[in-house]
Ligand binder design. Structure first.
Ligand code: C5P
Length: 416
């Protein structure tokens, strides 16, 4: 991650920083300073015991906010008894560092007798909870502590394992709270990852590869498509958080991480697999090279080479993308590919209209660096609304990212 990304990830973010009463609390003022420098707004919450290790005065000076501890309002007029609800809404992330065995137990079981534990419950459920346990090695490995950590993990908390090294007790073991710079790095990474999941909640179906249309038990009609472009699209969609279904013809390519892959053979099988998602998907991307025709009959036995001429009768295959385009609803996006050898732009635009697409990606068959089998592609994107983007020659992975960013820009938020 570059320095620039780091600053962006934290700028304007609201962080609740819960500090519980372990010796490692002395490291936290430095973390507050790092977070503030990166542009975050930090609200510190201490447990009663934490005050023995680090003073509110230091933390208030560095965070420029009143440090909280009790649930009930003090004489300070600025805190009222609904403050925990307001802060629960306000916070983008809850960090607990150090998290003592006692605080872990409270958080794992929903006990809420001070501001830290109440805020942990009041925080909006989708916000990340980042916990840094820190204690003596024996305590850390105690079954009760491990059980509580497992419960918190189950609840979706991110637990960062403590480091191995010299402990306050003088013993060497696992249990050290990482240095402030490391805490800072973890916090930044969580923000950067969640901001980059701009397709979370969307369902994207990608068709890829060539279909095979059987002639007899050992032969088929197909084409040179390898599925690389479709696999790259599925990989990028999944990386950005989309639920991704990849319906593919036969190919040796490995399934990208977090992608649900459905292997099919013929165009008809591909249509059946895709059809199950027609209603449910938000985006349908047809990158497959589907055979336009299939043999009318599949010979039950291997065809013999008895005669000098063999005439095959082919019948038209279903057009999967056309079928999706015809039935798609207003919120759904249909994206097709066109591989043209002549009048490329004109033909691509005609296809866009005919199949009722939102976008079509044109790759030119005459370009040796683009199209089938190679790892690079040169795409021209045309939209229904008349937009046209001629992308330069790039790797299929880069082309996939550029295509998704341009065609799905309406899903992008400011933080993406
Ligand atoms: O009409 P043509 O086959 O050239 O259109 C290409 C686009 O339509 C591609 O996106 C391809 O994946 C899709 N297609 C399809 N079903 C077919 C033929 C093409 O989904 N039977």
């Amino acid at each position: 991650m570059s320095h620039h990304d780091t600053l962006n990830a934290l700028h304007g973010k609201h962080i609740l920083l819960g500090i519980s009463g372990g010796i490692a609390a002395y490291k936290l003022p430095l973390l507050v300073r790092l977070l503030k420098k990166a542009g975050a707004d930090v609200q510190v919450v201490l447990t009663q015991r934490a005050k023995e290790f680090v003073t509110p005065a230091v933390l208030e000076t560095l965070s420029q906010r009143k440090v909280l501890c009790d649930i009930f309002p003090t004489h300070d007029a600025k805190q009222d008894w609904t403050e925990h609800i307001r802060l629960g809404e306000w916070a983008d992330m809850f960090v607990v560092a150090p998290a003592t065995a006692h605080t872990l137990a409270k958080l794992a079981h929903g006990l809420s007798d001070d501001m830290l534990s109440v805020l942990f419950l009041a925080l909006r459920p989708e916000r990340p909870r980042l916990i840094f346990p820190s204690m003596d090695g024996e305590m850390l490995s105690a079954p009760a502590v491990q059980r509580n950590l497992a419960l918190l993990r189950q609840d979706g908390c991110i637990i960062i394992e403590p480091e191995y090294g010299e402990l306050a007790s003088g013993l060497i073991g696992k249990g050290r709270l990482p240095e402030p710079e490391t805490l800072f790095k973890h916090i930044t990474e969580v923000f950067a990852t969640s901001a980059s999941k701009w397709l979370a909640g969307k369902c994207i179906v990608v068709t890829a590869g060539a279909t095979r249309e059987r002639l007899d038990p050992v032969r088929f009609i197909s084409n040179f498509s390898t599925g690389k472009m479709g696999f790259a699209l599925a990989e990028a969609a999944a990386e950005w958080g989309a639920k991704t279904i990849l319906i593919t013809g036969k190919t040796p390519l490995p399934t990208p991480p977090n992608v649900e892959r459905i292997d099919v053979e013929s165009a008809e099988e591909m249509l059946a697999a895709a059809h199950a998602y027609f209603e449910r998907c938000d985006v349908f991307i047809a990158a497959a090279a589907v055979a336009d025709y299939r043999p009318e009959h599949i010979a039950p036995q291997k065809l013999k080479k008895d005669s000098d001429r063999l005439v095959l009768t082919l019948v038209k295959n279903p057009d999967i993308l056309l079928e999706f385009g015809q039935q798609k609803r207003a919120h759904q996006i249909a994206i097709g590919f066109a591989l043209e050898t002549s009048h490329a732009l004109e033909n691509a635009r005609a296809k866009l209209e005919k199949k009722n697409l939102d976008w079509i990606a044109l790759n030119c068959a005459n370009d040796p660096n683009a199209g089938f089998e190679v790892d690079t592609n040169r795409l021209t994107l045309l939209s229904r609304t008349g937009e046209q983007h001629a992308l330069p020659l790039m790797s299929k992975k880069e082309a996939a990212r550029a295509l998704l960013k341009l065609t799905l820009s309406k899903f992008r938020t400011d933080s993406a």
